[in-house]
Design a protein around this ligand. Structure first.
Ligand SMILES: C[S@@+](CC[C@H](N)C(=O)[O-])C[C@H]1O[C@@H](n2cnc3c(N)ncnc32)[C@H](O)[C@@H]1O
Length: 427
């Protein structure tokens, strides 16, 4: 039997009841738009708790019970039922082309094999895998977008190969192990949205020993930035409005513009020095508890004199096979000046030549823009830094206790003899 409620017609719906009571939830209009702008709250359907069957003898099934599906999770899945979010992702050609190229690059792993697409959305990656010759693809999504995925699969005569499972990866059941897991799980600042945990769950339940995970690893970076245009546009603007001194608005403007992280596109020119690796994730080995809280200490040396306005965050993911997994041999993406320790890597380096020739999906400021853009944490007031001035401190990203899909950000920074702390929440 496949799915939770049975196997019929290739499509398996995990019954979800919707109540009329709706409230603000924890999902979001996840992609696109500035974080600092107003966005509508997500509306939550009646929560629905799924029950995991622990009776299965299979070792892989002997996992601890999955987290319950909360109202926040339901709101999150509901947000993915909207066409707009899928349109935006699919139209992001950088993203979608690299996924397709990675699938084709690993065709020899996929041909004749069983694949699971964790969070299939419209089913696009599942279909790429079927086109690459997969014997069977389990396309799993808890959002109602799974209904459309099933129609898309049927319309492309792939219902024999692609089994759409409408339910949480944590709750669905399949009868076999899989050779390949594919998933597009990355949120803003890589870890926002906490979807990687569901990939870990799928890996631990079903992936065969030696199986393939695409993408195979991911890296989150941070770097200090200068962005006078943005600061002037949102803050300095109030000093003279049609000849009127509106400086009384300054504090409110700073609070409103910079309290939360902003999702915006910057360029390499905004970046003051080489990035620092906040977290490297090996999808073959990462464990759930590593994602609850990520901490790092950083130390930068500004390459120029400029007002320091905050920090930018971006990530890249790499698509390599299990044997190439660079667990102990990580070369930070693209900007190889990146450093994962407390030392300054002041040596200017070229872009890397990837030894594994793995495809890399980069969301770095110097690379072609994606719908993830970059995530910016702005200071309320800029710090004037001189060339070679040190900027140092620490960062902790942790899943919110209230809603694990929210991210608490604790940032400490000091430069020029003064120290600061900024707390923010990405919600
Ligand atoms: C970023 S979208 C990717 C959609 C599609 N794979 C693509 O590349 O266009 C992530 C999808 O994963 C689904 N998802 C997230 N967590 C899930 C979980 N635990 N179980 C099932 N689906 C999940 C969401 O509903 C959403 O449709």
């Amino acid at each position: 039997m496949y799915g939770i409620t049975g196997y019929s017609n290739g499509y398996h719906q995990n019954q979800q009841q919707h109540s009329s009571e709706e409230k603000r939830g924890g999902g979001r209009r996840r992609r696109g738009g500035r974080r600092s702008r107003h966005r509508p709250g997500f509306r939550v359907s009646d929560h629905h708790h799924h029950h995991y069957n622990n009776d299965d003898d299979d070792d892989k099934q002997e996992q601890k019970a999955p987290p319950p599906c909360t109202d926040f999770d339901m709101a999150y899945f509901h947000s993915y039922a909207h066409v707009g979010i899928h349109e935006e992702m699919i139209k992001d050609r950088v993203r979608t082309d690299i996924y397709r190229a990675a699938i084709m690059q690993h065709q020899s792993f996929i041909e004749g094999k069983v694949v699971m697409d964790v969070g299939c959305g419209t089913g696009i990656l599942s279909i790429f895998c079927a086109q690459a010759g997969a014997k069977r693809v389990y396309a799993v999504d808890a959002s109602d977008i799974a209904l459309q995925a099933n129609e898309v699969v049927k319309a492309n005569n792939l219902a024999e190969k692609i089994i759409v499972l409408h339910g949480r990866v944590e709750d669905v059941e399949i009868d076999e192990e899989v050779d390949v897991i594919i998933s597009e799980w990355m949120g803003y600042m890589l870890l926002y949205e906490s979807m990687l945990g569901s990939v870990i769950t799928a890996r631990d339940r079903w992936l065969k020993h030696g199986g393939l995970i695409l993408p195979s690893n991911a890296t989150l970076y941070m770097a200090p930035i200068t962005h006078p245009d943005r600061y002037n546009d949102s803050i300095e603007f109030w000093r003279n409005v049609y000849g009127i001194d509106m400086s009384a608005m300054l504090q409110l403007a700073k609070q409103c513009a910079f309290e939360e992280p902003c999702v915006e596109t910057i360029t390499g020119e905004n970046v003051l020095t080489w990035p620092h690796v906040v977290k490297h994730v090996d999808c073959y080995t990462i464990q759930h508890d590593e994602l609850e809280s990520v901490s790092t200490r950083y130390k930068f040396q500004s390459m120029m004199r400029a007002p320091l306005h905050g920090f930018a965050f971006w990530f890249d993911v790499e698509f390599s096979g299990p044997t190439n997994s660079p667990t102990n041999n990580h070369i930070p993406s693209l900007l190889t000046g990146a450093s994962n320790n407390n030392h300054i890597d002041g040596i200017q380096k070229k872009k890397r030549a990837n030894p594994n020739e793995a495809l890399v999906l980069s969301t770095a400021p110097e690379d072609p823009p994606t719908h993830w853009q970059q995530t910016l944490i702005y200071f309320y007031d800029p710090i004037e830094v001189e060339q070679d001035q040190i900027i140092e401190g620490s960062l902790t990203l942790s899943q919110s206790k209230e809603n694990r899909r929210f991210m608490n950000i604790h940032l400490e920074y000091s430069s020029g003899g003064r120290s600061y702390v900024k707390e923010s929440v990405m919600r």
